[in-house]
Design a protein around this ligand. Structure first.
Ligand code: TXA
Ligand code: MG
Length: 320
């Protein structure tokens, strides 16, 4: 795959054309990098599943530039979902909605719902606008990592995994490090009231404050397959230990006031929750590349929504 650094609007146009030809384009979003394909092109979508080693039963998120384009993908959108979209899009939130007729089973893993997101990242927006100018309806994009591995939050990480793969015309748009570093909040909007399927930086507290809407924290609701159900998810190769004192040769992620014991490799010292989220996956990569014996992680000592999202990712990474 060819890497384009600091993509200009001309590059976004080129990438949009590539998508119309059935190529894959890896692009930055404010959460993590996505590996994108024309959401209306079954062959291109199949390439995503193959290149990621991802089971076809795991549905993809369709990215659109604007809430108005929901009409192509979703039907019977409840009022609360419209409020959520109008309040938090463009931004790090995915809504699971009843799919429109004609939306392919390939995208939805055969479910009657479809995941939709409007990202705010400038390069993602440029790409979507150019693609929609060419008649495209949406870009299907899972995180740019192999199935079960750590999501890429830099173009370098994506290039390391996919750089030598792909076909002529596939591209990687380098937009630097992702702003938030963990995947979008996923909210199931197929029931009478919303529920969080995957925690993220759009937290139930934030939703309540901005919209007055209460989200059920339930991990699952009938018929909907919750993301990240497989145990090996967001996982580095290194074994993770949680809230345990590291020994010589171990790596350590802990708040800045936590001292590094002798012989222990300090991987990260996040100063706040946003920095914790933003650097988490890069820290996993660093621990793997330094081949630390084990990775000891002290979870954030907070009950806030973003702390929940961080704990969710660390616990999933640890449970294998
Ligand atoms: O931040 C993000 O959401 C990133 C960026 C690239 O947008 N994307 C992302 O995609 O994390 P992915 O495929 O790695 O994770 C999406 C999760 C999957 O675990 C999938 O199961 C779930 O969303 N999902 C997608 N469509 C769904 C649906 N119709 N019903 C239930 N879950 C769905
Ligand atoms: Mg993923």
């Amino acid at each position: 795959m060819k890497l384009i650094s600091n993509p200009t609007s001309d590059d976004s146009k080129k990438a949009a054309v590539a998508l119309t030809h059935g190529n894959l384009v890896i692009f930055p979003t404010e959460t993590v990098y996505g590996i994108g394909a024309d959401a209306s092109n079954s062959q291109a979508i199949n390439r995503i599943y193959r290149i990621k080693n991802r089971p076809n039963s795991s549905p993809l998120i369709v990215h659109i530039s604007n809430i108005r384009n929901l009409i192509h993908w979703a039907s019977d959108v409840p009022n609360y979902a419209k409020t959520l979209g109008n309040t938090f899009w463009p931004g790090p939130m995915t809504l699971i909605l009843k799919r429109s007729t004609g939306v392919s089973d390939l995208l939805t893993g055969g479910q009657s719902s479809v995941g939709i997101r409007v990202p705010s990242n400038r390069i993602a927006q440029d790409l979507l606008l150019e693609f929609e100018n060419l008649g495209g309806l949406g870009i299907a994009a899972p995180s740019a990592n192999r199935h079960g591995e750590v999501s890429a939050t830099t173009a370098d990480a994506a290039q390391e995994v996919f750089g030598d793969e792909g076909i002529s015309g596939d591209l990687i748009l380098n937009g630097g490090t992702c702003e938030y570093g963990i995947e979008s909040t996923i909210i199931n909007c197929t029931d009478a009231s919303p529920s969080i399927l995957r925690p993220g930086v759009i937290t139930p507290e934030l939703i309540e404050v901005y919209t007055g809407i209460t989200c059920n924290p339930s991990k699952n609701s009938h018929g909907v397959i919750a993301p990240g159900m497989s145990l090996k998810h967001y996982a580095p190769q290194t074994k993770i230990l949680i809230n345990q004192l590291p020994e010589k040769g171990d790596g350590l992620i802990a708040g800045g006031d936590f001292p590094t014991p002798p012989g222990v490799v300090r991987i990260a010292s996040p100063k706040n929750l946003f920095e914790y989220a933003k650097t988490l996956y890069q820290s996993f990569e660093k621990a793997d590349s330094l081949k630390v014996k084990r990775l000891c992680i002290y979870l954030p000592d907070s009950e806030s929504g973003i702390a929940e999202a961080i704990k969710d990712r660390v616990l999933k990474a640890a449970s294998r």
